[in-house]
Design a binder for this molecule. Structure first.
Ligand SMILES: Cc1cc2nc3c(=O)[nH]c(=O)nc-3n(C[C@H](O)[C@H](O)[C@H](O)COP(=O)(O)OP(=O)(O)OC[C@H]3O[C@@H](n4cnc5c(N)ncnc54)[C@H](O)[C@@H]3O)c2cc1C
Length: 352
């Protein structure tokens, strides 16, 4: 039987391997990081709210993701938005408070987004997932791929990449080379959220709710540009979480922390200093997600482009991953859809 290797154990790779497992096909996942999940990364700290450093929200339109969550028996819950929200348009006038208008609800995954990753991982045999192996070279000859990391070699007949397209073409050396039109497009393909900085602060109590604040903030002044209540599904552990200006990627974490706490004190008062833990994640510093762009790239640029879903190396190399998805590319839903659609292609390939 033809053997299958999947590069990347993020949501696309794990969804794909899960679908293949159900069809009796055991794919091996090779992951560069020492943890699975890729851009899904919940930080867990005993006695504190789990906090998302990566993907957090989904909506009712995200049908592929919702179906997978239901199949794996993982509940979702509504983002807390009750009460007043702060809006800070300029630094020279005080922040304003307003009530958010009614809108379609956003949901979070109970237990944190990484619950989905752990449940998918539990469906695999342990030897199916190889962590800490960054593939650097791919050679294809006579129906066989040979892959090389710094210290190991792997081989397979069917190869699937779930690495963001820009990284795939810039960080891996292919022999023979990938077609020039694919290289050019992939180099200019935006990796969704790759530039962002996530910040989360856990608290012993939700002091903002006590004063009828939602915990949400929208600020042009920063350093936090958007902030939300991030308490757990049981509403027993409390946190605030949001996005910080990407300009602070070069600052030391201690400096970012000081700026964040001062900003929170401005809205909520001295009680904001009584935090339990501060977390942030600068995704630009993660070489498994981010590579610098040459020139200006629009958000979602070339996401979902059909060039990624074409056949390469006689149809034995498939490019998957959320940026390649035919719907909701960039999002968790796109990753699930890409994994599902790719599984159908692999089933056909392994039959021949
Ligand atoms: C800060 C942030 C916030 C987000 N918020 C949301 C949100 O609220 N809602 C939403 O729907 N989506 C959100 N997203 C997007 C969401 O995280 C992604 O759509 C999804 O996780 C992508 O899954 P993937 O498997 O396609 O890619 P990835 O998660 O990027 O997985 C690719 C995997 O490939 C691995 N890899 C890279 N190079 C190599 C190599 N050379 N060899 C082997 N392995 C390699 C990586 O380590 C990674 O694990 C957010 C992302 C970020 C970063």
């Amino acid at each position: 039987m033809k053997n299958v290797i999947v590069l990347g154990a993020g949501l696309t790779g794990l969804t794909l391997a899960y679908q293949l497992k159900k069809a009796g096909i055991a794919a091996t996942l090779i992951e560069a990081r020492n943890r699975p999940g890729g851009r899904i990364h919940t930080r867990y700290n005993e006695g504190e709210a789990p906090v998302e450093m990566g993907a957090t929200w989904l909506g009712e339109k995200h049908e592929s993701l919702l179906a997978l969550l239901q199949e794996l028996d993982i509940p979702v819950f509504e983002q807390f938005l009750q009460g007043y929200t702060f809006y800070e348009p300029i630094s020279t006038s005080p922040p304003q408070v307003f009530l958010l208008p009614d809108q379609a609800p956003n949901y979070r995954i109970a237990g944190g987004s990484s619950t989905l990753i752990s449940k998918l991982l539990n469906e695999m045999d342990p030897e199916q997932v190889v962590l800490g192996q960054r593939i650097q070279k791919v050679e294809y000859q006579d129906g066989v791929f040979v892959l090389e990391s710094a210290d190991r070699r792997f081989s397979c007949n069917i190869l699937i990449s779930t690495i963001p397209p820009k990284l795939l073409v810039e960080r891996l050396e292919f022999t023979p080379k990938l077609p020039p039109e694919l290289l050019q497009k992939a180099q200019q393909t935006h990796t969704w959220m790759g530039e962002s900085i996530k910040v989360a602060i856990t608290y012993p109590r939700a002091f903002w709710r006590e004063k009828n604040y939602s915990g949400s903030v929208f600020s042009n002044v920063g350093p936090i540009s958007e902030l939300y209540d991030h308490s757990n599904v049981e509403q027993s552990l409390f946190a605030l979480k949001g996005f910080m200006s990407g300009a602070l990627h070069g600052a030391a974490q201690e400096q970012r922390k000081t700026l964040v706490i001062e900003q929170l004190v401005k809205y909520f008062g001295e009680v904001a200093r009584e935090y339990t833990t501060y977390f942030d994640c600068v995704w630009q510093h993660e070489p498994e997600t981010f590579a610098p762009y040459h020139g200006y790239i629009l958000p979602h640029q070339h996401n979902g482009d059909p060039i990624f879903r074409a056949d390469y190396f006689g149809g034995n190399f498939i490019i998957a991953g959320t940026e390649t998805a035919s719907a909701f590319p960039g999002y968790m839903d796109g990753a699930v859809l890409s994994g599902m659609e790719c599984a159908e292609r692999v089933k056909v390939l392994t039959m021949n």
